[in-house]
Design a protein around this ligand. Structure first.
Ligand SMILES: Cc1ncc(COP(=O)(O)O)c(C=O)c1O
Length: 473
């Protein structure tokens, strides 16, 4: 049975009136139509003649045969469109490019007449914008969401302000644990922890290079989780901004490496038996084109995407037209092959940083140091190391609490990192810290890790230990 996603819609999403103007806008495209409809500004008042993008010569197809940097110019009617109010779901040009990427990468083609093609697509101001809209259209106060734990804290404020009950599912080395998810759902009505709560509508996960845990789910793990979601009629919120920032199987010729299949693609398996609509996927251009371009997209069940677009129509109207034109023109220039070569090059750059940071971590805090003070799993995607510090135990925190160590001591020693507590919905005490390796230079990384080491040693000293006990394995 397909998931009846329209039944998941929140009361506010169901009762939102259509935007009076925006619902008539498509009629402007009818032949011979004269429009007195929208309050569109007259482009003659805009001071821009053209937008020219100059690529880095080192970028994919970034230079001309002469060796000069490649330039892409947006002008005339194209520029007018980019500078005008546009469709709330997104500009057709960029949507078309995203459709091509979806077909190639996830093997689902929107509107191809197949059941797998029956999905909606919308662009947004980054995936953050779309995540918060998804939360708004899905959840009423007292509804429940399952989140992997640790969790990307960017979703928590919106959930909290919507008064959504947040139930954590402990992650393992592959992120969201199928075993824990099944146990949680199976025992929902009998467990003391959950029996007073509504049955969850959705489970939220970052399957690739999770923020903060750095974990990546294999295809097999995702298969298991999708099977559970289908069995219990729970929607999977697949937040995948690091999908292309994966470090394994990067081939020399930068052609598309093998990546774990997305939940969105996996819906095709047994799609005829289960139907579709169990996955709402979020992708981002932030890590692969630029964060400031503020573009991401969401694909999934049409009723949910339509409700998100309706929310866009009454909030920010649409993502920036200039940004959409820049991304659309660039991807069109590259073609999907070029786009995939570009993202593979980006992944290769992050892999080098991961390797550099990992080597320093191993020798300064990890297993190759004289006295190891941290354990961690090497991330195979994303931008983060999730480091378990070896800290003095306290009655409330048997494995230690990184909060004070990171937010006070480390700061005094001159190093900033994210204390692990920020990534738990229950704000528990945790020995973990999140370290980002996306920007750091080798010298800085070395110094930062030495300072972190000093902070940990100082915490032991403060706790009255003359020697630090060895990490128990
Ligand atoms: C897991 C996760 N989701 C969403 C976002 C937001 O990304 P965007 O820039 O596309 O809004 C981030 C940003 O770091 C993230 O780590």
């Amino acid at each position: 049975m397909p998931l009846e996603s329209s039944e998941l819609l929140s009361r506010s999403a169901r009762s939102r009136p259509a935007s009076a103007i925006r619902s008539l806008l498509p009629l402007e495209k009818k032949p011979n139509m004269i429009s007195l409809l929208a309050g569109k500004p007259n482009p003659n008042g805009f001071p821009f003649e053209s937008i020219t993008l100059q690529l880095k010569p080192s970028a994919e197809a970034g230079s001309k045969p002469s060796g000069e940097p490649m330039e892409i110019t947006i002008k005339g009617s194209q520029l007018e469109k980019a500078l005008q109010y546009g469709s709330s779901a997104g500009d057709e040009g960029l949507l078309g490019e995203v459709d091509k990427i979806l077909s190639r990468v996830h093997h689902r083609t929107r509107g191809d007449g197949q059941p797998a093609g029956e999905f909606g697509l919308t662009l947004g101001n980054g995936s953050q914008d779309l995540l918060s809209k998804a939360i708004s259209v899905l959840f009423d106060p007292e509804d429940t969401i399952l989140v992997e734990s640790p969790v990307y804290p960017g979703v928590l404020p919106e959930l909290v302000t919507h008064k959504v009950q947040i139930c954590s599912v402990e992650s393992d080395e592959q992120g969201l644990s199928a075993k824990n998810l099944r146990e949680t759902l199976q025992s929902w009505k009998s467990s003391e922890k959950t029996k007073h709560l509504k049955f969850p509508k959705a489970v939220y996960t970052v399957p690739t290079g999770a923020n903060p845990a750095g974990t990546t789910a294999s295809t097999e793990r995702k298969r298991e989780i999708l099977a559970i979601a289908r069995e219990f009629s729970v929607l999977v919120l697949e937040d995948d901004p690091y999908y292309f920032v994966t470090f394994e199987n990067l081939t020399e010729d930068a052609s598309s490496p093998e990546r774990a299949l997305s939940y969105f693609e996996l819906e095709n398996e047994q799609g005829s038996e289960w139907g579709y609509g169990y996955v709402l996927r979020f992708e981002s251009f932030s890590k692969i084109l630029s964060a400031g371009v503020r573009l991401g997209f969401s694909v999934g069940p049409k009723p949910l995407i339509d409700a998100m677009v309706a929310l866009t129509a009454s909030t920010n109207l649409h993502a920036s037209g200039a940004s959409q034109a820049i991304a659309g023109e660039l991807i069109q220039y590259w073609g999907v092959d070029g786009f995939l070569r570009h993202v593979t090059n980006v992944a290769r750059m992050y892999k080098e940083r991961r390797d550099m940071f990992g080597r320093q971590l191993d020798t300064i805090l990890g297993g190759e140091s004289e006295m190891p003070l941290a354990t961690y799993v090497t991330p195979v995607a994303g931008m983060f190391y999730w480091i378990k510090l070896h800290l003095p135990p306290t009655p409330e925190a048997p494995e230690g609490d990184s909060y004070q160590v990171i937010s006070q001591k480390a700061l005094e020693f001159g190093v900033l990192a994210m204390p692990g507590a920020a990534f738990f919905a229950d704000q528990r005490k945790t020995p973990y810290v999140r370290a980002s390796f996306s920007l750091i230079q080798p010298d800085e990384a070395r110094e930062a890790l030495f300072r972190l080491r000093k902070a940990v040693l100082s915490a032991w000293e403060d706790a009255g230990y003359e020697t630090v006990p060895r990490i128990s394995s």
